[in-house]
Design a protein around this ligand. Structure first.
Ligand code: AMP
Length: 221
């Protein structure tokens, strides 16, 4: 099973990708997480990445493509499959992924698009806090920590991602909206696009994804 999970920032791609990966016993790769790990170090690449990520802008395609190529060739091609979260972000990246897979006689199975309205996303992202130690995500609105700014699980400090500040959030959503239409057409033409309402209870959204994947697979067989 090879999947990409598409949707605006804050729609819950990470959470759903985790559930999907667990359900199908496949790997979950998030380009955002991979970049944030690199940012923790102090290399030439981390300096370059920070310039884009902190401002909420897309990292250049050549860096992203190289990251995906390396990630998938490390273990992705040997596993039962993967779900990519946060990639592709534009048409160039979508075509790059197809080329990469074509070279190893593989194909993408489905592109899942989680829909959500812009206004809901701004509030969601502005209230998001991440544990600086274990990476668990909290929402000050929906699942706040028991103690202010402290992770319930590991006691780590909860921080706000720089790109979750209000001005940057809106910029990220607008970039998504501009880049997404061509990707949507591309996957629709390939007949692998699944669209699901991303707003609602996490388990309900997940069940809708599963139902759609199942009917997509049945249609194909
Ligand atoms: P995310 O965690 O997916 O919201 O990603 C955080 C940031 O990493 C984005 O705002 C971009 O700056 C960068 N990023 C992640 N994935 C990509 C991608 N596929 N293409 C370009 N930039 C990306």
């Amino acid at each position: 099973m090879r999947l990409v999970l598409l949707g605006p920032p804050g729609v819950g791609k990470g959470t759903q990708a985790d559930l999907i990966a667990h359900e199908f016993d496949i790997l979950h790769y998030s380009t955002g997480d991979i970049f944030r790990e690199i940012l923790k170090g102090s290399s030439e690449l981390s300096g370059k990445l920070a310039k884009y990520i902190d401002k909420g802008e897309l990292v250049p395609d050549d860096i992203v493509s190289e990251t995906i190529r390396r990630t998938l060739s490390n273990d992705g091609t040997k596993s039962k499959g993967w779900v990519l979260d946060g990639f592709p972000r534009n048409l160039v990246q979508a075509k790059m992924l197809d080329d990469l897979l074509c070279n190893v006689n593989q194909k993408l199975d489905f592109a899942i698009y989680l829909r959500a309205h812009r206004d809901i996303l701004v509030d969601r992202l502005a209230s998001r806090r991440v544990c600086s130690k274990c990476g668990i995500i909290y929402s000050l609105q929906i699942n706040p920590p028991k103690e202010n700014s402290i992770c319930d699980e590991c006691g780590g400090e909860l921080i706000q991602r720089k790109d979750d500040e209000r001005d940057t959030i809106l910029k990220r959503i607008l970039i998504f909206e501009n880049e997404f239409a061509p990707i949507r057409h591309y996957y629709k033409d390939e007949k692998i696009l699944i669209e699901v309402n991303g707003i609602g209870n996490v388990n309900d959204v997940f069940n809708h994804i599963l139902e759609n994947l199942k009917s997509g697979q049945e249609r194909r067989n």
